[in-house]
Design a protein around this ligand. Sequence first.
Ligand code: PGA
Ligand code: ZN
Length: 418
Amino acid sequence: MSKIIKLRARQILDSRGNPTVEAELISEKACITASVPSGESTGKHEAFELRDNEKAYYGKGVLKAVKNVNTVIAKNCKGMLVEEQAKLDTKLTSLDGTRNKRRLGANAILSVSMASCRAAAQETHTLLAEYVKELYQAKKLTLPCPIFNLIEGGKHAGNKLSMQEYWLMPTGAKNFSEALRIGSEVYHELGSILEKRFGKNALNVGLEGGYAPQYQCAEEPMDAILEAVQNLGYWKKIKLGLDSAATSFWNGKSYLFEEKEITSEQLKQRYIDIAKSYPLLAIEDAFHEEDFLGFSLLQKKLKKLMIIGDDLTVTNVDRIKKALEYKSCNSLLVKINQVGTITETLKACKLARNNKWKLIVSHRSGETSDDFIADLAVGISAGFIKAGAPCRGERLAKYNRLLRLEEWLGKKARYVKI
Ligand code: PGA
Ligand code: ZN
């Protein structure tokens, strides 16, 4: 056991060039840093991300959050034991005292919560993944199936696609490294296909490294991905998935889809048609963030699919309970900054897992090279990790960490069987 001796934070930049918080924690036995991610298509019910709203960085500075770590949080958390994660997280939330962490900022709080967890792992000479397994009281460690975002639309790209993400899921790979190889090869093959079709500017990418070609029709990206898969002979090893991020094209009355206004019922029918024609395994945020009923009607129709809540559930126990009541989903997207502490993240995962939901640990569109979520996915034995395209350093930080974990853990962590 060792105490926190020094805690401080600084402002660094994320993959979008926007400020974010990095915490540095020095304990009696460890010295580590941790940095927090940030979303673009954020849910209304997420924990509060504190930004300065001043001239610097177009209002996006995080110096107030940094100051909160350096003053209130440091003063009150010094002397606490890094191994007591739950106690520290309770302290952090009570120092804040608000429902959504708006006083100190979830970005300030999360940086410290992550730092403490990482420091405790370092001190006990265990991998963070193994340490998380103990915290979560998981039965086993598992290498997750990566979810690659190959084509981007919505708020993440400058094209006309309504849906935000088109995924390749190498569910038939024999291990994580084969899954990564499939992802990378399909990504490059897809690049050649898009370049032939649209010219070089189709190789421009969105916020998560996926291509952003000038498609508009929802099915076209899936056709292009499947063409790449077919060329490489990976047909039997993959499935497709979608993140609609439907709140981003909901105007309060209808969905603005492919530049037309459509109803929830019409959107549902479109998903059903897609599921009939494509090897689809998952749909995330199929409807807007308050539409618990819409989700549940879809789930009734597409029983075999993973119906994933993201903006709907925001890694929040109360929202998950509501989704359970409505039978809105069967899978949870897990984003640590949606809730703001590691303990609350694990609680949300437990609730979902106890109700037989699948877990997908996820990055944000604004990322850093911090690879915490790779260990989190292994430690809680999540079936999946979503960390963007197999491209761009902040995305590869997670996938490459999983390659290392695969090697280091050997037989201790098998690749998930789907
Ligand atoms: P975000 O997007 O990080 O911009 O919220 C990711 C997602 O919607 O899953
Ligand atoms: Zn999403």
